[in-house]
Ligand binder design. Structure first.
Ligand code: COA
Length: 331
């Protein structure tokens, strides 16, 4: 099969994590849990939590500034800002507009993409469309999440799993460089939306005293079902993305999966046929940062030189929606 020629490449990446670290032991002082329970089931040891006053837009702008510095791109050069988030600062307007104001990207148009933990992958594919069609020269894709603001801190089965943070990438046309997005396989299944959602607080059932009392404006998850679907969907997405790129798992230098749970990561890698030495894992330090997990992991992998010029990277994510997807990238 002829290998696809990438239309769009990633110029640079950046990440931003709030300073405050909350360990499993810290949580065990506030609720009935333990480092042993959390670590043995998820691989998580700690997560970063943003304080009051540090919002999703601040996290996203922090990650974007790093990416722009690295690429030597000025705010005025950015044509489109896509913010992927499940934790918008307000319901209206889009958090992307707040990010634009913080960055001073006065020539850009800005909007949010909501695909939960798969958000960054959806955001990249939106960027690919604008760039490939010639409607933009530089696109900034930011994944920013203040998960701590939407968790039910009285529900130990979900609140221990997540953390706050942001990652970003600047994209431009590949112009024959051979680097960039080789394939993308994205899917959704709205029939399973109830497995991971915030049941109330939107148009179906606006915020009310009752909603607040029952904490139905916060994250609700059926953990076991989500686990099963995550493994199945991510394995299928890896297969499809590899096939589209005309590659096999042996061609992949690094698998960068969504960082929800080390057991999900291990199962996905096994199905995809990638040995764990070639899998990037940082869930122990950050927990699940939803859409920010993949770009933060990519940025760290680049910094640690686990990704270099010519590397083939398989990224894969899964989240609420349900949404999932995988991409093969060449650096
Ligand atoms: N600390 C201690 N005990 C806890 C706990 C916690 N933080 N959270 C739940 N428990 C208890 C439950 O009350 C339950 O107790 P019971 O058996 O007395 O009723 C028990 O632990 C459940 O344990 P177990 O059956 O081992 O849970 P599990 O193996 O299903 O693991 C998850 C739970 C959440 C870790 C697992 O289902 C999971 O990782 N799911 C995927 C979640 C995810 O990653 N979502 C995001 C995808 S993008």
């Amino acid at each position: 099969m002829r290998k696809p020629e990438p239309l769009v490449e990633i110029l640079s990446t950046g990440r931003y994590l709030p300073d405050q670290i909350v360990t499993n032991d810290d949580l065990s002082k506030r609720m009935d849990t333990s480092d042993e329970w959390i670590h043995s089931r998820t691989g998580i040891r700690q997560r970063h939590i943003a304080p009051d006053g540090v919002n999703t837009a601040d996290l996203g702008a922090g990650a974007a500034r790093r990416a722009m510095e690295k690429a030597g791109i000025d705010p005025g050069e950015v044509d489109v800002i896509v913010v992927c988030t499940s934790t918008p600062d307000r319901w209206m307007p889009a958090t992307a507009c707040d990010v634009q104001a913080l960055l001073g990207c006065s020539n850009a148009f800005a909007f949010d993409v909501m695909a939960a933990c798969s958000g960054f992958m959806y955001g990249l594919s939106v960027a690919e469309g604008y760039l490939a069609s010639g409607r933009a020269e530089i696109v900034l894709v930011i994944a920013a999440e203040k998960m701590s603001s939407i968790l039910n801190w009285n529900d130990r089965s979900t609140c221990v799993l997540f953390g706050d943070g942001a990652g970003a990438a600047l994209l431009r046309r590949a112009n024959g460089s051979g680097r960039g997005i080789l394939s993308a396989h994205l899917r959704s299944d709205g029939n399973l939306a109830h497995l991971l959602c915030r049941p109330a607080g939107g148009a179906i059932e606006p915020i009310s005293k009752r909603v607040l009392e029952e904490a139905r404006h916060l994250v609700h998850m059926e953990g076991r079902e989500v686990f099963k679907n995550a493994v199945r969907s991510m394995a299928e997405a890896c297969d499809q993305a590899l096939q589209q790129a005309g590659m096999t798992a042996d061609d992949i230098d690094l698998l960068v999966p969504h960082q929800a749970n080390v057991r999900i990561i291990e199962a996905t890698a096994k199905y995809a046929g990638v040995p764990m030495e070639k899998v990037f894992v940082n869930v122990d330090r950050y927990g699940n940062m939803s859409s920010a997990s993949v770009p933060v992991a990519l940025d760290e992998a680049l910094e640690q030189k686990r990704i270099g010029p010519g590397s083939h990277v398989l990224t894969v994510a899964f989240g609420a929606g349900l949404t999932w997807g995988a991409m093969v990238l060449r650096w």
